[in-house]
Every structure is written in C-alpha cells, then in structure tokens.
Design a protein around this ligand. Sequence first.
Ligand code: SAJ
Length: 435
Amino acid sequence: MSISKVSVLGLGYIGLPTAAVIASRGLNVIGVDVNKHAVDTINLGLAHIVEPNLDYLVKNVVGSGYLKATMTIEPADAFIIAVPTPFRNEPGREHCPDLSFIKSACDEIAKVLKKGDLVILESTSPVGTTEKVAAWLAQSRNDLTFPQCSGVEADVNIAHCPERVIPGYVLEELVSNDRVIGGISPKCCDRAVELYKTFVQGECIATNARTAEMAKLTENSFRDVNIAFANELSIICDKLDINVWDLIKLTNRHPRVNVLQPGPGVGGHCIAVDPWFIVDSCPEEAKIIKQARLTNDAKPGYVIRKVQAEAKKYSNPTIACLGLAFKADIDDLRESPSVEIVESIAQMNIGEVLAVEPNIQQLPNSLSSTGVELVSYEQAISRADIVVLLVDHQQFKEIDKKALFAKVLIDTRGVILLSEGSDKELELSEMYELA
Ligand code: SAJ
C-alpha cells in the first residue's frame, strides 16, 4: 500500500468522522481546518460536532497518535477535500454553487503536492468540479503532470468520491455504504479504491468523475422530489378532508409504491441544496427537480398559515411547538424548517410561543430574542391551546395522547395520528379536532 499518510481538509460533519475512521485503520491522518476551535478541540481528543460514538473514536485515534489536527497543510500521500459547497445568490443567477472553499483547499494542497500523490474530492459538487480541481492544481504546479493531460502516466491522480452518510449513523455508514469512485483516469480510480478499501466494507464502484458527481446529486434530488410529492399530497388531503397518514399507509401496501413522509419542509445542508446544482447547470431541462425544491421550500409557509388561522380563534393563545431539529433524533438545528416556522410564529405576535426540543439545552438567539421559551414537553402541553408537532423525535412518539385531548393539534409529521395500530388511529382521528 503506497498510501500511509492521509490529509483530510475540512473537519466538519463528514471530514472529522472520515479522518477518524481512516486513522482507526492505522494510517497517519492529518486533519486540516481553518477553524481554530475545531482544531484545538480535536487535539484534546474531543469532537466539536455531535455524532453518536464520534467522541469515543476521536479520543482513541488522537490518543494513539494516528490523528492530529492542524491549521497548516503538511505533505501527505493522499488528500481528501471535505469542505462545504453551499450556494449563493448572484444577480440573474440564484442558487449558484459556491466553489470557493474547494478552490482554497486546492490552493493549500498545491503548496505541498508531490509526484505520486492522490487528491480526492468528497464534497458534494456540481458536475465538472473535479475537472476544475485538476485544472486549478495543474495551474499552480506546472512542474507536475496531471491526469487530464497525461492520463495513466500522470504524476498526480485525482478522483471524486462523494460522501453518502446520513447524520446519526455516520460511523456505521462510512464503513458499510457502497462508494461511487469517479476518476479522471482509470489509474485515478484504482488509487482511490485502494485508499477507500482500507476502511469501506461496502463495494467501491469505479466510474468517471462527471458520472460520480451526478450520481450524488441524483441521489439527493430523488429524495427531494419524492418528499415534495408527499408534501403536495398532504396539502391536497387537507383540502379534501383526508388523513394523509392513513392514505400513505394504505397506498404503500401496493408492492411497487413507496410514498415518503410529508413534513413541515425539507431541512439540512444536503437535500435542500444539492438539487439546485442540477438546476443551475440545466435550468431549462431540470423542471421537476426545480419544482420539487420550490414545493418543499413553500411547506413551512403553509404550516405557518395554518397556525395563524387557528390562533385567530383565540385571544392570545399559547402555542406549543414540539421539535426544532431539522429531522428526528438529532440536535442539529441548521437549515431547520421547524426553526423557520417557530421564528415566524413568534414574530407575528399571535400568542405566547413555547418550544420543546429534548436534544438541546439552549435556544438559538434567533428564537430567544423573539420571546420564545424553551420548556419541557409536560409544561408545554399543560399550558398550550394549540400544539404544533414539527419533528418526529422518539420522545414525542411515546407521549400520552390523552394529554392532548381538547387541544388544537397541528401534526406536521403524523406522529400523533400514526404511531399505533390502525384501529387506534381511527379512534384518535375521531377524538381530536384536527386542524
Ligand atoms: N424528510 C421528510 N420526509 C421524508 C424524509 C425526509 O420530510 O420522508 C425531511 C427530513 O425531515 C429533513 C430532510 O428531509 O428535514 C432531509 O433529511 P434526510 O433524512 O432525507 O436526509 P439528510 O439531509 O440527513 O441526508 C441526506 C441523505 N441522502 C439520501 O438519503 C439520498 C444522505 O445519505 C446523504 O449523505 C446526505 O443527504 C448528504 O450529505 O448529502
């Protein structure tokens, strides 16, 4: 194995777990990040992000000397770029991918790149980005040869290997998921497979860089389109007075139908972002993908209007909002539709707003500054006139539904209506006044 030292650029939700897992296989790993707090925390043997078992793994690999974090690039045999690729809005071009973090990572790598090195782009990227990485590196280092010109003879190999892990199960999925490996040349694929095989138990499947980039965007767009379908259905069902949760449960009994779950909108840093990369590169063609984004982005507004309509029936009602995270059983509030909804309700001054989020200790400023109070589930329910269920956390699935009797319930996740057997659900449908 020609790779014994790996440098991971970007120590966030993907980079840190990846660095730690590779280090746990006995390779020397240098993690590089511009965030001093992250670097210092990791070097103390701690994780600066919340992910099950990550703290334990980081403690071990830092303690044994296989993982070290730094703010300065060092020479290595392989470089993995795991920096963010957000979008920005430019005049006349909304949702335009921002590759500046990838470009900065390339500038750093170019300083120490040498013959025989492998560069992997893991960040989710628009089609053509790996080719850009190759061009940027070639521009900075004309003393080396690159695969876009020299093919399998190149001094440096470059590939795209998109991450596919789901928050909450990152350490398991890093090892068990299949990996798509898109090389600029077949040799790039071989070298990247060699590296990933040190820790991946799933299959490593070789393709070209453009297909690998599109594969990742397709996976997240597929999910977005299917969630948009479910969200649209939920609005149609409201209008037609049908319980959408019962409906989906019934339709999913068809052997070839699997409708996803409606919710208050799509959050997180991936599914709500990546489809725009396809739309940006093919705006005329990507019609369904774009509409799915718009449909999912419009869902928080629909929920807010529903709460507003219910609140009008009271004078200064207490509105309890259950859940702030962007999805179930995590503490991550970034890009969360639930936070967007609670913030708007609080700003409208239509009542007293309580928030319940069992996975956090403190409200973000955007909520505490608008007067939202973080309370326990029990307090919220005893004080509430209107209960808005926003996240399907396990804790909420276990609640005593009788405590909700006579409250107005807006259940955006189907937790109250669909957590037990169908008979029970029908009883509940009859028992509660559903908004
Ligand atoms: N959601 C629904 N209904 C559903 C499923 C999800 O409303 O039926 C919502 C969630 O509540 C959340 C959002 O969608 O707000 C996104 O959650 P998610 O669980 O679908 O996905 P992420 O963003 O946590 O992770 C996704 C994954 N992609 C796919 O499942 C295709 C993961 O495998 C990727 O690695 C990750 O994006 C990424 O980093 O790109």
